[in-house]
Design a protein around this ligand. Structure first.
Ligand SMILES: Nc1ncnc2c1ncn2[C@@H]1O[C@H](COP(=O)(O)OP(=O)(O)OP(=O)(O)O)[C@@H](O)[C@H]1O
Length: 341
């Protein structure tokens, strides 16, 4: 659907050259919610501007639905852009137009008849849950409601692709969650492919099926969200993941654990179907060993369970070693804290 082939974008500022995007190759498939995450200055916005054709690649190409957008004329570009909706961090609504007027705007630009505009606006207001706000002005709305208007406006011309530029960064956690649910409906119910950029791993975790991690213009890791979360390879990716799931108890709790005579701690990762198997209890029971879950979580990622548990084992030392050995053959496991170590 959207294919970056070895894309480099260089900005020239006087004598200085800024390589904002370096040799990026990623493919967004139809139906994806593809998240691009990176710290400030990583090149995310530039990548989006290459998709909505506000920038042209210095090298490489961007194909959208099989068409090399770098080769289109200005007129063709304008036509193609109608097929891409966009929402923004600061909503970018027209303050002087009502909610209905904002949503109607792209339809009027496209020359749609008045009755079709009215019908479509009513439909969209209902879809985003703002039917009672049609006549309100943006400054009468909350941030979440403004973003709903932004989404309705972006959907007005029935695009195939929706681009989201830090769409929830200005919103509180509850409102973020509502907007993310709405974006999921846009993807699932309307079949719209979503490409989003964010610096929040929580956004990737809750709605994306694919992710690319950017750093200094490069994509340093990309793939399926479940695989990336459960098996990250790059330190920056690990940092982002740690921001949504603390891996270990705090130093204070570890100290208390040691003082109370607690033993070594092990991380046990359960992925997908393994997360529902009673592996810990069946293995320890066989060896007459007790286990203690000290810390951790079981969460849902892309409709699969992912457990990250910190456990200790108590009982005969030789049997404990046998349990650890046996578990290592079934699940991902590592020692994360050595008592007195
Ligand atoms: N039009 C431009 N002219 C010159 N340099 C630019 C231009 N646009 C972006 N850059 C530079 O390219 C690099 C990547 O910027 P970009 O805005 O794409 O990053 P980002 O990941 O979106 O960051 P942020 O989250 O802060 O917006 C930065 O060093 C930026 O200063």
């Amino acid at each position: 659907m959207i294919e970056f082939q070895n894309v480099t974008k260089i900005f020239t500022l006087g004598k200085r050259k800024v390589e904002a995007v370096k040799e990026v190759s990623i493919t967004v498939e139809k139906g994806d919610i593809y998240g691009i995450i990176g710290f400030s200055g990583a090149g995310k916005s530039t990548l989006l501007r290459l998709v909505n054709m506000l920038e042209r690649p210095t090298e490489g190409s961007v194909h959208i639905q099989g068409i090399d957008v770098g080769k289109l004329s200005a007129k063709q570009l304008r036509e193609r852009r109608r097929n891409i909706g966009m929402i923004f961090q600061n909503f970018n609504l027209f303050q002087s137009r009502t909610v209905a007027g904002n949503i109607a705007y792209p339809l009027k630009l496209a020359g749609t008849s008045k009755s079709s505009v009215n019908k479509r606006v009513t439909e969209l207001l209902q879809f985003v849950g703002l039917s009672d706000k049609a006549k309100d002005y943006p400054d009468q709305l909350s941030g979440g409601q403004k973003q709903r208007v932004g989404i309705a406006r972006a959907l007005a011309t029935s695009p195939d692709i929706l681009i989201c530029d830090e769409a929830t960064s200005a919103l509180d956690p509850n409102t973020t969650s509502d907007i993310l649910k709405l974006l999921k409906r846009v993807n699932r119910d309307l079949g719209i492919t979503i490409l989003l950029i964010t610096h929040e791993m929580g956004v990737i975790q809750s709605i994306c099926n694919k992710v690319a991690v950017m750093e200094e213009g490069k994509v340093i890791e990309s793939g399926n969200v479940f695989d990336t979360f459960t098996n990250p390879s790059h330190e920056t990716t690990k940092r982002f993941i740690r921001s949504v799931q603390q891996e270990l108890p705090s130093e204070k709790v570890l100290k208390e654990w040691t003082e109370a005579g607690g033993g070594n701690l092990y991380r046990v990762l359960f992925k997908g179907e393994r997360a529902t198997d009673p592996i810990l209890s069946s293995t320890t029971r066989k060896h007459n060993i007790d286990f203690n879950i000290v810390y951790g979580s079981v969460r849902e990622l892309q409709e699969k369970l992912f457990g990250n548990l910190i456990v200790s084992f108590e009982g005969d030392e030789q049997q404990v070693q046998l349990v650890i050995h046996e578990l290592e053959t079934i699940v991902d496991m590592e020692e994360v804290y050595t008592h007195g170590g």
